[in-house]
Structures are given as structure tokens and as C-alpha cells.
Design a protein around this ligand. Sequence first.
Ligand code: A2P
Length: 303
Amino acid sequence: MTIPSFTLNDGNKIPALGLGTWQSTPDEVYHAVLTALEAGYRHIDTAAAYGNERSIGRAIKDSKIPREEIYVTTKLWCTFHKDPRAGLDESLEKLELDYVDLFLVHWPVMLNPNGNDLKFPTLPDGNRDIVHDWNFVNTWEKMQGLVGNGTTSIGVSNMDVVNLEKLLSAKTTKIVPSVNQVELHPNLPQHKLVEYCKSKGIVLEAYSPLGSTDSPLLKNEDLVAIGEKYGVSSATILISWSIWRGVVVLPKSVTPSRIESNFKTVDLKDEDGEAINKLYEKIGVKRYINPNWSPLVVFHSDD
Ligand code: A2P
């Protein structure tokens, strides 16, 4: 099937499938992005915290594909919450771009920019060094000033319903996030969050859609069996299921054959999509990416 685009609440369009790049090293990601663009991908997802923006920028440039044909997302790291402008400018410089298409608040937590580590500052007790006189509502107030100034759209990541309610009800919130990028796969379908975001006009994006590194989902017998019906792998079924449910999907790979096959999605029949919706009842609910933000609660539920 050709990859569709979804329309965001600000009128912009986003390709429903993009290349995920978390845990791709700078060297790997350069080749991965070139392979992906060659295979037809027009959407690349990165983040300041991934440490690979320079290579991605170089690959985009070397691909010779016009900038406006490629959808690029990056994310504000936690130590930059008081100054999203500076975070965005740093990313643009590394990406060698004038603008990104989408700029997301990576986590709804501010970390100390003057702590013992540039990325993950910690306290003597080992917990992350969180700035407590600031919150994501304050960050969002500043993010809103970036629209049209280095980013086309803005959104959030790792936001659950409790935190989204807090954000949307704040009087400083004038722009509803276009996107919420979260972990989504059959072990963590988050049907309530999907419904909630749909009701608010927020498009969801799935990270770790295959279940992340060494995923047991790829060997799941039900997913393999559905794949056999379509003549494709369980990975293709996982990717196609996201698109079927209206969720942008960001599979990560640095392996050329996988990058290519992940782009060849199938049009899932409703009965198969619905069976995958319910798979969690059989295999259980499991969140793979769950950092310790103590004493803050980032995920109030897995629903
Ligand atoms: P690699 O990058 O070495 O190709 P997720 O997108 O859920 O985070 O999953 C990423 C993981 O899944 C990576 O370890 C990636 O390995 C692997 N992967 C990506 N595509 C496929 C595929 N089509 N088949 C099997 N494993 C895959």
C-alpha cells in the first residue's frame, strides 16, 4: 500500500510512516537515513537526546531530495525546558536545516541544565536532577512562540491523559499540540489514550512500534499467523496495524533489508486490526520504555 498522510489540527500533513532513529549511532543513522530515503520514506524522526542529528542532516543533504519533500521531527531535551528557542536552534544547527516540520517536548519533565551531566544530571541519591519550580505547562507556553519560527508544527511526547488534561486546561495554552508521540504496540495499545487524543484532535505517533530491541512481539504466533495470510512478516503487520488505527508509526532500523521491508505495509482488514487491538488481553500489558522520573509520575496509567 502507498503510505498515506494524516492531517494535523494545524492543517499540515504528516506521512503516516517515518524512520525511527533512537539508539541508531551517528554512523549507522547516516546510512539508515540514506537507505530509507532511497526506499521511499519521506519522514525521519530524531531528537536532540539521540545524539545523531548531525548525521541525519548530512544524509538528508547527500540524498539530494528537496528539503520540502521530507518531513523532519526533532525533540526538545529536558535540560532546555526554560529555553525551547535555544534547544530548537541547537538542533537546527546540527541538522543544517532552516526549519523542522515538527518540534516535540520530549518528556514532560525539566532537568537541571547546570547539573552533573549535560543530558542526565543526577542527585546524590541517584535520582534524576529534576527542576521542581518549573513544569511542562510553562514549557508549552514558550513552545507556542516557535510556530513558524524554525518549526512548522509543535507537539508533545510521553504525555498521558492526566498530563494532557493539565496542559489543555491551562490558561496559557493557546495551541493544542498537533501530535503526542508515545510508546504504542500490541503489548501497550493504550486504547483510552488513543480515544482521548482523537477527541482532542491530537494525532498519536507510535515509538517502539515493534516492541523495541529484542521484541517478543516479532515472534508472537498470532501476529506471525496474520502475517502469513498477507505473505508478510510480523514486523510488517505491527507497522500496518498502527496505520490502520490512525496512528503515525516510527519503526527504527539500521538494517537495509529491514528498512526497505518496513516501508512495504499492507492494508489490514478490520477483523485483523480488531484482533490485534485485543491481543493485550492474551499477552498482557507491558511498557518497555519507563525511565525513573521519581518523585514525578509521568505515566499515571497504561490505559
Ligand atoms: P535493527 O535496527 O538492528 O535492524 P522499535 O522500532 O520497536 O524500537 O524496534 C527496533 C528494533 O527492531 C531494533 O532492534 C531493530 O533492529 C529491530 N527491527 C526493525 N525492523 C525489523 C524487522 N523488520 N524485523 C525484525 N527486527 C526489526
